[in-house]
Design a protein around this ligand. Structure first.
Ligand SMILES: Cc1ncc(COP(=O)(O)O)c(C=O)c1O
Length: 411
């Protein structure tokens, strides 16, 4: 197609082309997003949406934050790629800033490109460090879809078509310290858990569980890995979710929002653990490219300068209180859960249709399983935008309940 023809491409062409040319593994909504600013995005027809998805938690600082845009443009003009076999000042700058904000002692990093890769690295590192093979994850967990990460992910619908998976990764009931203790064998290398389970329905653990896991790991000489891919970087109102309970893992997985929207995965570990990796044990071609590191370095600056972690706590409490009012108003709402700006509303019906309906009303939200509406807005979201999101959910719940009362599903 010529440049002129491209400029005339319409919504239907784009939808048809992506469906034809891209692997059909995403449950797509028929909306062509063209641009974004802060917590808003606009589709190709100019319709505005409050984005409570942040592209699955990525656009934590808001879409196209000007400082990220500037950092990326400046670095792109200077040097985009530099293999980790050489040194680079942007990579060093980012690593130093990251080490300044990660929980005490977690200051040696492996840089990759996604959440699943950060988990892959953690699994390999735990095996390398302990010389033991077994990883214990929990039922309901989501850790990504590459083979190692998938082996720690719980949902059968993701796993079953790809069996056999990586051996000696097993699942135990979550939030249960007795089951955790019973599961340990002399082959156990590590526990791998999300401090708050995201895909699993925004499940906050009971107080004492993560502390108990830490104590258990210390007693039994087992590593504790926290997957903070979704919870990390301020999302839950602390820099890392584990800080709500004062627990420091041995290895932590990060990704999603870390580089202001660019792809970056990071596995951070205590020095003695990461140092078990020897040259060639693990690598990826893109590890810490200057472009991504420039964005990530700037993202840390923005997070701190704009006080976004406190904002997540304050606005999260505001958002949760408003959602709780909906719970008291609508009998189809079972529970409102979450911390900071990582919130879930469990309802008594399949949420897919509700998500389409809120989109029609100009609000984008996510699901987390079949019955949970998930809210992961940018931390820069404004109160009025939260009000708009809550009001859209309110009317969709009302429609659902009216439809149920009249005996026909709302669609
Ligand atoms: C907790 C957690 N771990 C890992 C992943 C996988 O990350 P990615 O999709 O970047 O591979 C996700 C993605 O949603 C996640 O929520």
């Amino acid at each position: 197609m010529s440049a002129e023809q491209w400029s005339q491409v319409n919504e239907r062409d784009i939808v048809n082309s992506e469906n034809k040319l891209m692997a059909n593994v995403f449950a797509k909504k028929p909306i062509v997003i063209e641009r974004g600013k802060g917590a808003l995005v606009w589709d190709i027809n100019g319709k505005e949406y409050v984005d409570c998805t942040s592209s699955y938690g990525v656009a934590l600082l808001g879409h196209s934050h000007p400082r990220i845009v500037k950092a990326v443009c400046e670095q792109a003009a200077k040097l985009i790629s530099c293999h980790a076999g050489f040194y680079n000042e942007k990579r060093t700058e980012f690593l130093q800033k990251l080490a300044n904000i990660t929980p005490h002692g977690l200051d040696k990093a492996f840089l990759s490109n996604s959440g699943a890769e950060s988990v892959e690295c953690a699994i390999k590192l735990a095996r390398r460090f302990s010389s033991k093979p077994e990883i214990i994850a929990v039922m309901g967990a989501f850790h990504g879809k590459t083979m190692g990460a998938l082996s720690a992910t719980w949902d059968k619908k993701y796993r079953d078509p790809f069996l056999p998976l990586v051996p000696e990764i097993k699942h135990i009931p979550p939030d249960n310290l007795d089951k955790a203790r019973e599961a340990i064998t002399d082959r156990t290398a590590a526990f791998l858990v999300e401090p708050i389970r995201g895909e699993g329905g925004i499940r906050v653990p009971p107080d004492g569980y993560l502390q108990g896991l830490r104590e258990l790991c210390d007693q039994k000489n087992i590593l504790l890995i926290f997957d903070e891919v979704q919870t990390g970087f301020g999302r839950t109102g602390t820099l890392f979710a584990c800080q709500h309970w004062g627990v420091i893992p041995d290895i932590m997985c990060l990704a999603k929002s870390l580089a202001g929207g660019l792809p970056l995965g990071v596995t951070v570990a205590k020095e003695d653990i990461m140092s078990k990796f020897k040259i060639g044990d693990h690598s990826t071609t893109y590890s810490g490219s200057p472009l991504v590191c420039a964005a990530a370095s700037s993202a840390i600056d923005v997070l701190l300068a704009e006080n976004l972690v406190d904002r997540a706590a304050t606005l999260g409490a505001y958002f949760k209180a408003k959602l709780t009012i909906l719970k008291n108003k609508h009998k189809t709402v079972k529970e409102v859960r979450g911390l900071g700006l990582m919130l879930g509303v469990e309802v008594k019906f399949d949420v897919l249709n509700a998500i389409f309906k809120t989109a029609e009303k100009g609000v984008l939200i996510l699901d987390a399983g079949r019955n949970v509406l998930r809210f992961l807005p940018p931390l820069v979201i404004e109160k009025e935008q939260i009000d708009k999101a809550v009001s859209a959910v309110d009317s969709v719940l009302e429609e659902e309940e009216n439809a149920r009362a009249s005996g026909s599903p709302a669609n």
